[in-house]
Design a binder for this molecule. Structure first.
Ligand SMILES: CC(C)(COP(=O)(O)OP(=O)(O)OC[C@H]1O[C@@H](n2cnc3c(N)ncnc32)[C@H](O)[C@@H]1OP(=O)(O)O)[C@@H](O)C(=O)NCCC(=O)NCCS
Length: 148
């Protein structure tokens, strides 16, 4: 039987996490940014399936606000409900920490992520123009929030 677990990300997870990150975005985070997150007080979580890392999420909390900084499911495992489970886990961390507002940015070109967030009750509250780098040019970020 498949075993899923959510665990704090550690430095030994860095290579596996970066592989997923690189497959997810044409221009993503560098290894040093990811390492800084692990060593910060952010909530850095890996989702494991039978001991293999298949996804990760990073949430920064400050006072009663939380910010979803990154969330990815390995491209080989997408569309099977793991993203929904991971987001629920991250939201529960926020609720446990008495967060009132959960914020995120999502690429305009990511309809799957937008559909996931909308179905979770996130609503658009703004647009950050030219926020993300693309191989050619830049794209806008849709800013969304959910009141918990
Ligand atoms: C966005 C992401 C995390 C979703 O994870 P996932 O495991 O593929 O998603 P799930 O299978 O749990 O599906 C969750 C919801 O996403 C939407 N979705 C999933 N696959 C979809 C598809 N092919 N087309 C449209 N919507 C889709 C649906 O709303 C789905 O809910 P439903 O199954 O109840 O209808 C994942 O696709 C990913 O890592 N993408 C690349 C990185 C990224 O864009 N991260 C978000 C950063 S803001």
């Amino acid at each position: 039987m498949t075993k899923l677990s959510f665990e704090p990300m550690s430095l030994s997870d860095l290579d596996a996490v970066m592989q997923i990150e690189k497959k997810s975005y044409p221009i993503g985070w560098s290894k040093s940014v990811m390492r800084d997150c692990i060593q910060s007080d952010y909530h850095t979580i890996v989702l494991k399936k039978d001991k293999n890392i298949i996804g990760f999420g990073i949430v920064m909390t400050a006072l009663d606000e939380a910010h979803l900084l990154n969330m990815c499911i390995d491209s080989d495992c997408q569309g099977k409900g793991y993203g929904r489970k991971l987001l629920k886990y991250l939201e529960n961390i926020c609720i446990y920490n008495r967060t009132k507002v959960f914020l995120l940015e999502v690429r305009e070109s990511s309809p799957v992520a937008q559909a996931l967030y909308q179905s979770f009750g996130f609503i658009q509250i703004g647009l950050r123009k030219n926020y993300y780098k693309k191989p050619k040019g830049r794209e806008h970020a849709i800013v969304m929030h959910k009141i918990l």
